[in-house]
Write a protein that binds this ligand. Structure first.
Ligand code: IPE
Ligand code: IPE
Ligand code: MG
Length: 253
């Protein structure tokens, strides 16, 4: 349980981290809402699932670029708690593609020092994919070059519900619950909040992604569909991030 002293220390550490990040060219934690696969496919008269396939093929170049750029945490929104509303055929196809992608990319990710994590609820995810995710997490848990957080069956509201349930189950006293406590009970426990949240395909909404953690993230929206979002687009997003004046409610330095 958090003591007030620990809470003060954590707040200081967070402020220090924020000020270091402000003077660094590359954001420490980048999160991406990988949107636009369906429209990418429609533009080419292809089925939506071909867009998802192209989207997952794009992961390799973005991961390589992220490691090269020195991004430390990359959180990718792969499937939301609301995406179950899509036709069964699309959901099944997508789950199959994700399973195949882990199988195909795991060796290279491991070699490049990528630590794989999962955020979200695994319960509804097909058994085969669950096993692949768990074994990828286990195999890469000592890697430290880049943390890859895969948000799969993730919803920001569900995450807060899960945090509240856990706090109640552990009998946490109301006196000790502050913002740091809640942060520690989220799936992203121990990770700094995202500095930059990128959304592809031109939509200006969070779609339930990192709604707590993104309170002071810089948002960047590009019209480019996710399968076409390449390393240059990533650099462009980071350049924009560098021009932002992050005030965190205070005044400019
Ligand atoms: C993002 O692409 C991938 C997932 C949500 C799984 P979409 O499938 O949402 O693509 P659009 O928005 O229909 O173009
Ligand atoms: C958000 O995209 C979820 C992912 C990218 C995984 P959606 O396509 O599901 O979002 P909405 O429906 O346009 O808000
Ligand atoms: Mg979409």
């Amino acid at each position: 349980m958090a003591t007030p002293f620990a809470t003060v220390n954590q707040t200081l550490a967070r402020e220090r981290a924020a000020s270091v990040q402000a003077s660094t060219r590359v954001p420490y934690h980048v999160a991406i809402i990988m949107d636009g696969n369906g429209r990418w496919a429609r533009k080419r008269n292809l089925p939506r699932i071909a867009g998802h396939k192209a989207g997952t093929d794009n992961l390799r170049r973005i991961l390589r670029a992220s490691v090269e750029l020195g991004i430390k945490v990359l959180t990718l929104y792969a499937f939301s708690t609301e995406n179950w509303r899509r036709p069964q055929e699309e959901v099944n196809g997508l789950m199959g593609i994700l399973e195949m992608v882990i199988e195909r990319e795991l060796d290279e990710l491991d070699r490049n020092g990528v630590q794989i994590r999962h955020i979200g609820r695994l319960d509804r995810v097909p058994q085969g994919l669950q096993l692949k995710i768990k074994s990828a997490i286990e195999r890469t848990k000592h890697n430290d070059k880049l943390i890859l957080n895969v948000a799969l069956n993730y919803g920001g509201r569900a995450e807060i519900v899960d945090a509240v349930r856990a706090m109640v189950a552990e009998g946490l006293s109301a006196d000790y619950i502050d913002e740091d406590t809640i942060s520690r009970y989220l799936y992203t426990c121990g990770l700094p909040d995202p500095d930059l949240i990128i959304r592809t395909s031109g939509e200006y909404r969070t779609s339930n992604f990192l709604i707590w953690q993104g309170a002071y993230s810089e948002y960047y929206v590009t019209e480019t569909y996710w399968p076409d979002f390449d390393e240059n687009e990533l650099r462009k997003a980071i350049e924009h991030f560098n021009k932002r004046d992050r005030r965190f409610g205070g005044l400019s330095q």
